[in-house]
Design a protein. Structure first.
Length: 290
């Protein structure tokens, strides 16, 4: 009983762990320009770096370093887009040594360079094509880096499907080129061409949280399904089912990143951006090929 009482104290807002986490969040939020190390933060709070890392990660679902990167990235986005600050000045303003570190931060967390992000796809060429597939018509979108988008439409709705996807990168140059996307469509929808030694290259563009959800989706075995709750637990955010559902719905590479394998509570199909009928068809098709 005494042990339970102690644990309850530690995990409540009035407990010592919460106070430490609050201080870390405040320190990083106010002093992110100094890019404080874990050791420096721990010293300020009279904590062991190892224990501080464990405590903060348990509470926040990410490490102090990851939280610092998220805060830095958020401020960099504001300076680049809202204040139109140049890359060099932005990197210095957020406490990074130069544009190369800002570039690395964006590529790691946004799958694109800061310049590409600021431009909303400006300077990026996206080739697209419509292809017949087991689930109607597939819109395949690729860049020189790999598959960037996969969507579905019914006959006659191709234009609306394209516009829905293109709004994600409004300033990109779009080139209709079915020949360039044909090989991707064939690899995606022909199980005989799925080869583990030749993985399909994909470009995931989203927030840290979204990418973590999409990476969790990629772990779901072919022909199986999990609940939003399972995904939330897998990414270390067990109470974030609603946010997980939103991230699943924002997945830009349907089927390949298998958002159709995510189900609601008690196995309910819930919504699907491309229609519940298509979701049922995908699950049935996979069961037949499993």
């Amino acid at each position: 009983m005494n042990m339970i009482a102690k644990l309850d104290t530690d995990i409540t807002p009035d407990g010592p762990d919460y106070d430490v986490v609050r201080q870390v969040i405040e320190l990083i939020s106010e002093e992110y320009r100094d890019q404080p190390s874990l050791e420096a933060i721990a010293a300020r709070l009279n904590q062991s770096p190892t224990q501080l890392q464990k405590t903060f990660t348990r509470w926040a679902g990410l490490s102090p370093k990851a939280f610092l990167q998220a805060v830095t990235l958020d401020h960099a986005k504001r300076l680049l887009r809202k204040e139109e600050m140049p890359l060099l000045e932005t990197s210095i303003e957020v406490g990074l040594s130069g544009p190369s570190r800002l570039h690395d931060l964006f590529v790691t967390h946004e799958a694109m360079s800061p310049g590409e992000w600021k431009a909303k796809g400006g300077g990026l060429t996206i080739r697209y094509g419509f292809h017949t597939c087991p689930f109607g018509t597939a819109l395949v979108m690729v860049t020189e880096r790999g598959l960037a988008g996969l969507a579905f439409s019914d006959t006659g709705d191709e234009k609306a499907c394209f516009e829905d996807m293109a709004c994600r990168w409004p300033n990109a140059d779009y080139v209709q080129d079915a020949l360039a996307t044909k090989s991707y469509a064939e690899r995606i929808f022909q199980p005989g061409r799925w080869m583990s030694d030749q993985p399909l290259r994909v470009v995931l563009i989203g927030t840290d949280f979204q990418v973590s959800v999409w990476q969790s989706l990629l772990k779901i075995p072919f022909g199986k399904a999990v609940t939003y709750s399972d995904i939330a637990k897998d990414i270390g955010r067990p109470t974030a089912m609603r946010a997980v559902g939103a991230a699943v719905g924002a997945n830009p590479i349907s089927f390949v990143v298998p958002c159709h394998r995510a189900l609601g509570k008690d196995g309910a199909l819930t919504g699907y951006h491309w229609g519940l009928t298509r979701k049922r068809a995908m699950l049935g098709w996979e069961s037949a090929h499993a």
